[in-house]
Each structure stands twice: as C-alpha cells, then as structure tokens.
Design a protein around this ligand. Structure first.
Ligand code: SAM
Length: 256
C-alpha cells in the first residue's frame, strides 16, 4: 500500500503549517483529521526536553553509549553507525551527540519526511546561530544524515569498504509502552498506528550481522526476549530499555 493510501485509511494528513499564530508554523506535521484538538506529530530537535538531555544527561557511561562501545578502553575515534530503524530520529540524534557518524535509514515515506523536516529546521537554527548548546548541536548537524529507503536494501548494497562499524536497530515492539519516548502518549499512538509492528525486523537483523564490522546493537523493552531468539554477546540495561549487543561476525577491522 502506498503511504498516501495508508494515511487516507487512517484518517491522517501530512501538511505544512502556515499560520504565524500556530506554534507549529513552518513545520511539516502529521495530523489526525478526526482529533482536531490533538497535538500534531512533528520532529523538533530543539524541544526543551531533548536540549536538556543533551546539556545535562549525556554520558558515555549510559547503557546506550556502552552498548555502542564507548565504555571500552580499546575504542577511540568516531564509529560510523547505520541506524537501520531511524523513526523520528531521537536515537540517531543522541548517537551523533555521543560522537558517532550516523546514517539514519527510514523506510516509511511519511516518517522520513517528518524527520527530514526536523533535520532541516535543526540545520537552519544552527546556521543562524544563537542556539545552545551550540557546539553539540553543530557537531550533530555535521555527523547526522538521512536516507529514505529500506535498510535491508541499503545494507545489501554496501561493499566491504562502505560497511559501518555498527548497525543499530530499534524496531517497534508489540504493545510496548515507550515511556522514554520524546513523543506525548497520543503522538506515540499515532506513530504506532502508522507504522504497525515492524514484524519483518529479523531479516534486517540478519543482514546487519553480516555487514556490521564491529557490532549490532538492538534496543528492546526491558522484559522482551532477544531479537530472533539470538542470545546477545552482552546486554546493557537502562531504566526503560535494554540494549543487546552482538559482536560482529565479519572479522573486518573496525573502529578503535
Ligand atoms: C520504533 S521506531 C524507531 C524509533 C527511533 N529509534 C527514534 O529514536 O525515534 C522504528 C522505525 O523503524 C522503521 N523501520 C522498520 N524496519 C525498517 C527497515 N527495514 N528499513 C528502514 N526503516 C525501518 C519504521 O518505519 C519505524 O519508523
């Protein structure tokens, strides 16, 4: 089904707000036509909650950073990460903030359009200057890019020299309560209705394991079984999510 038809069936519309009295003025938003009062879904990397986390809550000792390899004394430099399930880009944003070079891949045309719009506004704000923390945001803009498409095709097309150090996966999980999400609960419900369950993610995991030079990292709800029933090399638990790390099978040289 095309994205356009899917939006029609759900009663959603994707539109650019053009109303200087609207806080979403200039943004591309996804709106539920039947829920007029509901806040629309948009990507805003300058949202106070994200900026606060960027200024005060980012540490290389956190579970996500450790799963990416930042805790290891042997690792240095900037790993190249393919975020194969980019979604609304929050994890890509924080991986870039940690210092990774990130290629975010998103297959839903609607989600990719929202993410592209959020990145465009972030780039514009950094170019204008005056946003804080400027250095961190400028680094993120330099290191984060987006590709629209299916990560399986993107990964399959890479020759050995182009392979990433890390492939990161954060698939939708059935009935998951994404309490750490940057989205309000209603926005999360809209997102879930749009995307469904990413039921085919095991095939992304399979190709990720063949292409990642160093590791594959899979974000899971705390009590969920490991992806495809495959036991991780190591798991890093946070308050709301677990990061399962799988060492590479490629044997290729990697970062660090
Ligand atoms: C749970 S969301 C990811 C949320 C994201 N980590 C964030 O911080 O916003 C999963 C996303 O992965 C995308 N996705 C699933 N399978 C994919 C694939 N094979 N290629 C590209 N994107 C995929 C879905 O469309 C969905 O937007």
């Amino acid at each position: 089904m095309t994205d356009e038809r899917r939006l029609q069936n759900l009663g959603f519309e994707l539109l650019r707000v053009q109303d200087e009295h609207d806080p979403h003025d200039g943004r591309l938003v996804l709106r539920d036509i039947n829920e007029g009062r509901m806040l629309p879904l948009a990507v805003d990397f300058l949202e106070p909650r994200l900026l606060h986390r960027l200024k005060h809550g980012l540490s290389k000792r956190q579970p996500m950073a450790r799963a990416l390899g930042f805790g290891s004394a042997k690792k240095a430099g900037r790993p190249y990460v393919i975020d194969a399930t980019a979604g609304l880009g929050v994890d890509s944003f924080f991986m870039a903030a940690l210092g990774c070079r990130v290629l975010a891949v998103e297959r839903s045309e609607t989600v990719a359009a929202l993410l592209e719009d959020g990145l465009r506004r972030l780039r514009a704000a950094v170019a204008r200057g005056g946003v804080e923390p400027y250095e961190a945001l400028n680094g993120i803009v330099e290191r984060l890019s987006l590709v629209k498409g299916d990560a399986r095709e993107v990964l399959a097309s890479l020759d050995e020299a182009e392979c990433p150090d890390i492939v990161y996966l954060d698939p939708m999980y059935p009935e998951e309560d994404r309490s750490e999400s940057a989205l309000p609960k209603k926005g999360m419900q809209m997102f879930r209705r749009l995307i469904g369950d990413d039921a085919d993610v095991e095939s992304v995991f399979e190709i990720a394991r063949k292409k990642a030079r160093d590791r594959v990292v899979v974000k899971r709800p705390l009590r969920a079984p490991p992806i495809a029933g495959v036991r991780p090399t190591h798991s890093f638990e946070g308050k709301t999510a677990r990061y399962d790390m799988y060492h590479s099978q490629t044997g290729s040289p990697s970062w660090g």
